[in-house]
Design a protein around this ligand. Structure first.
Ligand SMILES: [Zn+2]
Ligand SMILES: [Zn+2]
Length: 328
């Protein structure tokens, strides 16, 4: 059946002919053991009578699930698997009850991804359909929300700040000293983003932007420093330059600082693999501070794995961080 598509403001299409209010029943075939789904519609079954009204035929092997069928279990006692036996009747009754017992027993179809999924894969939507669930599954809902509300969660911000802090620790000793006088001269005493005039003596009103963020392992250098107002810098945080500056700003920034325009304008963050990763790691491990060493090590491991930098480590640091054990 061809599916027409409707699009909403998110650009994620909904499938047009999905009966998203309908309830489905799920069961596993007693004969071939394959999972099956039966579309029930918008009136839920009465679990006490489903056993007398329902006949579900397996889509895979054709076996009929009904109180009139014998059970296919050949290793059960003689006679117990015949449909007229009380054993078999109890079995059928329980099978139908289990699939229809309560709204949570049912399944429904997501009108975004088209999958038929269990009740709990959908969030609540009061007075909507017999199951009172939303028309898209939680996976699709998450994707839609991410587009509607792209702000990062507190957890993501928290993780990002850990990364930045770790990046700063890794880069200690790699940073150049920046002359504020020269920075102000280079940027004509103005915030590079807002163009507002800044006072070098009012230290709280301006900040040095780490153009290529320390989170991606770029040390602070003259070519990696921009002058921003405090507020503009708070907006920039550890974002990749292409996510914060416009194209013409990037061109101007490259001219002013001598930074690599190709790198600045990259659409995705590029990890700086040219630093001495091993020396940086040794430094981080040697830092004397109150904060939890275990936490620092586990974050460091995650970061180095996701940046693909493990093979830049010395044997000793690999062992210290526990990579050696895992690779064997
Ligand atoms: Zn079957
Ligand atoms: Zn879905």
């Amino acid at each position: 059946m061809p599916r027409r598509k409707t699009t909403n403001t998110t650009g994620i299409p909904r499938l047009a002919d999905i009966p998203y209010h309908d309830a489905w029943v799920s069961y596993v075939c007693v004969n071939c053991k394959e999972p099956n789904l039966v579309r029930i519609g918008q009136i839920l079954l009465d679990p006490r009578s489903a056993y007398t009204t329902q006949k579900w035929q397996c889509l895979h092997c054709g076996f009929m699930h009904s109180k009139e069928s014998d059970l296919p279990f050949t290793n059960w006692p003689e006679g117990s698997t015949l449909s007229e036996s009380i054993v078999t009747q109890r079995f059928w009754n329980a099978l139908f009850v289990a699939s229809t017992e309560q709204p949570q027993s049912y399944w429904k179809q997501c009108n975004v991804c088209g999958r038929v999924l269990p009740f709990h894969a959908f969030s609540k939507h009061s007075s909507w359909g017999p199951l009172q669930r939303q028309m898209e599954c939680r996976g699709c809902k998450g994707a839609i929300n991410a587009i509607l509300n792209p702000e990062r969660t507190d957890q993501q911000l928290f993780e990002s700040s850990i990364r930045r802090r770790l990046g700063d620790l890794l880069l200690q000793g790699e940073d150049e000293t920046i002359s504020f006088d020269e920075l102000f001269k280079r940027f004509n005493s103005r915030c590079f983003k807002t163009k507002q005039k800044l006072d070098i003596n009012d230290r709280n009103s301006w900040a040095v932007d780490h153009i290529l963020p320390s989170k991606y392992l770029y040390p602070l250098k003259v070519s990696n420093a921009a002058l921003l107002s405090r507020r503009a810098n708070e907006n920039k945080r550890d974002r990749w330059p292409n996510e914060f500056y416009t194209n013409s700003e990037l061109v101007e920034l490259a001219k002013l600082t001598g930074a690599d325009l190709h790198l600045l304008s990259s659409k995705r963050p590029v990890i700086n693999t040219s630093i001495d990763v091993d020396a940086c790691v040794t430094r981080v491990l040697a830092v004397h501070e109150q904060s939890n060493l275990w936490k620092r090590v586990s974050e460091l491991k995650k970061m180095l794995i996701s940046y693909g930098l493990i093979n830049k480590l010395s044997q000793e640091n690999k062992q210290l961080l526990g990579y050696e054990k895992e690779s064997k």
